[in-house]
Design a binder for this molecule. Structure first.
Ligand code: F0G
Length: 352
């Protein structure tokens, strides 16, 4: 099978003969079953969709490849985005891949070090602004209206189209839609995209039912839970530090049409979920991603999601991008003498 979202899901995407079939090998990420958490929660099954395995380490690549291909098709020479980090990393990589200029606007001091580095190494022009992600997005929207540059945030419809392919993959791999799909919500493009993907597959009889959509926000950045924008969003999960999501209506529709829910969890619950995923399941995701597990656990605990359900948790990005979020929780290396006996003593190993 040809690598890449454009080739594998061509007939489901708004692309044609004139659309260049670019790829960095995005998509086809694994859906890995949980070792212990399904049982702990009393679920019939729990799978983690490992979107951190995309080429730039997050789900953004699925939509970026479509947005950049369409920008090329339309003769654009430059792309721009606002970002909490992952979109900028992805935009920078795909722009480098095809020889477009990329400009990324990030909240000053507000994005994880690995994500910033990605945008820099791929040669994007990185600009930081005061005022957080919401201000940055307003800025690039105005910029793209007044200047010759293609906006590649998820307000660009091609981004959502590409991202819906993750829902297709879940159905293709598991054989049907899950009962519950848990997903972090920041700017709300991704929950909108998954819901569209499931509905399109249902309409084409690729799955027998639709999942209940469970959206996860951080308590300090939970506009969709509160029902109103948050002026100064705060959370350790910098990817979803967003107070006024662009796809607000898409998220509300996904929640209501699927009879799902959008709830929030504290930063402590997010970091605890991230820690347990790493230690108990062998999966290192970023804090925003772990919010999906934390909210799923909360919903199951509260009885809002039935025990016995088949659930999929979308882990949207790799933990390697954001070492600062976990560095306080991990032990430093232990200095030992370079002898087998010293190492054995430090590890507490019995003799053979
Ligand atoms: N998880 C991660 C790792 C993200 O980077 C984002 C969003 C989300 C979840 C939320 O997805 O915005 O579609 O609701 N990151 C954007 C960015 C905002 O700029 O990288 P969403």
């Amino acid at each position: 099978m040809t690598a890449g979202v454009l080739s594998r899901y061509a007939e489901w995407l708004p692309i044609g003969e004139a659309t260049p079939r670019i790829s960095l090998g995005e998509g086809a990420t694994p859906c890995v079953s949980s070792r212990v958490m399904a049982q702990q929660m009393g679920l019939a099954s729990l799978h983690f969709k490992l979107e951190g395995l995309n080429p730039t380490g997050s789900f953004k690549d699925r939509g970026m490849v479509v947005a950049v291909a369409k920008a090329l098709e339309q003769g654009s020479r430059a792309i721009v985005c606002a970002s909490t980090g992952n979109t900028s990393a992805s935009a920078a990589a795909y722009a480098a891949r095809v020889g477009l200029r990329a400009g990324v606007v990030v909240p000053a001091g507000g994005i994880a070090s690995g994500k910033l580095l990605q945008a820099q190494v791929h040669g994007a022009a990185v600009l930081s602004v005061r005022g957080g992600f919401d201000a940055a997005l307003r800025l690039v929207r105005e910029l793209s209206e007044r200047y010759a540059v293609t906006l590649v945030n998820s307000v660009n419809p091609h981004r959502i189209e590409g991202q819906k392919t993750a829902a297709f993959e879940i159905v293709d791999e598991l054989g049907d839609a899950p009962d519950v799909l848990a997903i972090p919500v920041g700017n709300a493009g991704n929950i909108t995209a998954y819901w569209r993907g499931f509905r399109e597959y249902r309409a084409a009889h690729r799955c027998s039912h639709l999942p209940r959509m469970v959206g996860a926000q951080a308590a300090g950045a939970a506009p969709l839970v509160l029902g109103e924008p948050v002026a100064d969003p705060m959370t350790v999960a910098s990817a979803i530090r967003i107070g006024n999501p662009a796809s607000w209506q898409g998220a509300v529709d996904a929640r209501d049409e699927s009879e799902g829910l959008i709830d929030s969890v504290t930063d402590d619950a997010i970091l605890d979920a991230q820690d347990r995923l790493a230690r108990e399941e062998g999966i290192f995701c970023e804090p925003a991603s772990a919010a999906s597990l934390a909210v799923l656990e909360k919903a199951v605990g509260a009885g809002a999601i039935a025990r016995g359900a088949h659930a999929v948790c979308v882990l949207t990005g790799t933990g390697l991008k954001d070492p600062a979020a976990v560095s306080a929780k991990v032990a430093p290396p232990v200095d030992v003498e370079p002898t087998a006996d010293a190492v054995a003593a430090a590890l507490g190993l019995p003799r053979a």
